[in-house]
Design a protein around this ligand. Structure first.
Ligand SMILES: [Zn+2]
Length: 543
């Protein structure tokens, strides 16, 4: 009976734990795991930290009843405020969002249920005998000396190397060489080779600070034993011989306009591939060792790639960056011992924009207003904004000489299947649907998203080309080019049922004050329309 009761209680507790989808989690800050009561809560995507634990993070913040304000950002920016949310009766802060906005980043570890916060090293300058360092978040730092050759070591705990390498101070009379590396997953190590290593102060916790390399007092000769410090973690040792550096692999032309890139990886490695805009690029993160960034300029325009760059990033990984000379249809094949990328010109590209048939689809219409926002007596409706943008796009495309078909040119309802049937029967080359976003929580999301269907590489390339131009003029954050399978398993109807490359543009969030203020402006609508046309032109004719 008692066992049954315990079982029931456990069952009830488990149900309860499942019901709100939250799990207790730990937080690693500056290389140290914090023991917090009450604990932080993980919802599968975000870590919710009870507001009373903000202090140990050392972030520049101001907390009020409903939100926190980031003091390093201008207060008129929507990104400067983060609303608090109630989780299990506690007022909580979304730590990942907060860290990202402050220029840091986070790493979730499932087995230990721990979120690690990391700053990025932003600056290392040497002026005379003064070394200035800057990181995106406060880090715990300390210095010590090593001999043979003599050098000063500065360890930054809770820090990672920048994504794009920063310039390092050139050698000087006093400092013969400066090196920076990721010593372990949570620590950046800066090494200064110098005759008489000295640093003052020797440690601290800051985001910006200066270290004097000249002793004011007679030089102490005894070097401190460095290897017992509590912030040194991991197996790596500075004296170990460096492994073979990562080599940029060659682009190869295989059959009919297909370019191939094969990157070998250790067995079991899971390379990460990202498609990014402004500039248009593909990045591959693979395990590897590299002391500093290397770059290769590709002269042949038929290879679709302008430059290839390899950059050391955190955690023994190398990021290979392919800066593209045009939008490409890309296929990724991950094997046991490597990843292979196939690049080709996307479907219906080539020739001139003036030769193309393009369907422009302003979302909603008539009784279907789409997203709505009421402000006093004014009602702002998605259908009106997207029609204005679409009419501009149609006019600009016609001026370019392209054939344009609008699914609606006035405020009327059109069925979803009617829209794509129109495009399919006209044998259009491209289908472009224009919308505004909205979500359940006002002022929580901002920016432009472009959707393509499932894993259609041609439509993704089209979306990338358009987003690449929108982000240059919108002043809104890019939320990326995404597969519509993140929304619904079957994707979006207008993308699923169109037979040509098709994208759906969510220009901005109608229920975010920052986006809305832009979306309603005729000048902004025109700017977005121009960007869409420029993106289309680049997609067809190349950059
Ligand atoms: Zn819509």
């Amino acid at each position: 009976m008692r066992r049954i009761a315990v079982g029931l209680l456990l069952g009830w507790l488990l149900t309860f734990a499942w019901a709100d989808g939250l799990r207790e989690a730990r937080l690693n800050v500056r290389g140290e795991v914090l023991e917090l009561t009450p604990p932080a809560l993980w919802d599968g995507r975000e870590l919710w930290l009870p507001v009373q634990h903000l202090e140990p993070l050392g972030f520049p913040l101001e907390v009020n009843a409903h939100a926190i304000r980031l003091l390093t950002m201008p207060p008129d920016q929507p990104t400067a405020h983060i609303p608090l949310e109630t989780k299990r009766g506690m007022s909580c802060v979304p730590v990942r969002d907060l860290t990202r906005r402050l220029g840091g980043y986070t790493r979730w570890d499932e087995p230990s249920q721990t979120l690690t916060l990391l700053a990025r090293l932003q600056e290392a300058r040497l002026e005379g005998d003064m070394l200035s360092l800057k990181t995106s978040l406060p880090v715990a730092w300390r210095t010590f000396k090593l001999e043979n050759p003599n050098r000063l070591v500065i360890d930054l705990a809770g820090c990672a190397l920048p994504e794009v390498p920063i310039p390092l101070p050139p050698p000087s009379e006093r400092v013969q060489a400066v090196r920076v590396g990721q010593f372990d997953p949570n620590t950046v190590r800066i090494v200064l080779e110098m005759e008489v290593p000295h640093a003052a102060p020797e440690n601290g916790l800051h985001r910006e600070w200066q270290i004097a390399l000249t002793p004011a007092m007679p030089i102490p000769t005894a070097a401190e034993p460095p290897d017992t410090s509590p912030i040194m973690v991991g197996e790596a040792h500075p004296e170990e011989p460096a492994p073979e550096p990562f080599q940029i692999p060659a682009l190869q032309r295989v059959s009919q306009g297909v370019v191939q890139l094969s990157v070998p990886t250790p067995e079991g490695a899971r390379p990460r591939v990202q498609f990014l805009e402004n500039p248009l690029r593909i990045t591959l993160d693979v395990p590897g060792y590299l002391q500093e960034a290397v770059e290769q300029v590709i002269g042949d325009p038929d290879l679709f790639v302008r430059t290839m760059r390899a950059v050391p990033i955190e955690n023994g990984m190398v990021r290979l960056v392919l800066e593209l000379s045009r939008s490409v249809g890309a296929q990724i094949l991950s094997g046991k011992t490597g990843v292979t990328l196939h690049l080709r010109a996307p479907r219906n590209t080539g020739g001139k924009l003036s030769e193309k048939v393009i369907v422009i689809d302003p979302g909603h219409g008539g009784a279907q207003a789409g997203a709505r926002w009421r402000e006093g007596k004014t009602v702002i409706e998605e259908k009106t904004i997207v029609l204005a943008i679409a009419l501009h796009v149609a006019e600009l495309l016609s001026r370019e000489g392209a054939k344009v078909i609008l699914t609606r040119a006035e405020d009327k309802a059109v069925g979803l299947y009617e829209r794509t049937a129109l495009a399919n029967s006209a044998n259009a080359h491209f289908f472009i649907s224009i919308h505004c976003d909205s979500n359940p929580r006002p002022n929580s999301a901002s920016g432009t998203t472009i959707y393509y269907h499932k894993d259609d590489a041609d439509s993704r390339a089209l979306g990338q080309a358009i987003l690449n131009e929108i982000v240059k003029v919108s002043g809104l954050p890019s939320r990326g080019v995404r597969s519509d399978s993140v929304l619904y398993q079957s994707g979006l109807a207008v993308l699923r049922t169109s037979t040509m490359p098709a994208v759906l543009i969510e220009v901005g969030y109608l229920n975010h004050a920052f986006d809305r203020a832009k979306l309603v402006q005729p000048a902004f609508q025109k700017r977005i329309a121009e960007a869409i046309v420029r993106g289309l032109k680049a997609h067809v004719e190349g950059l």
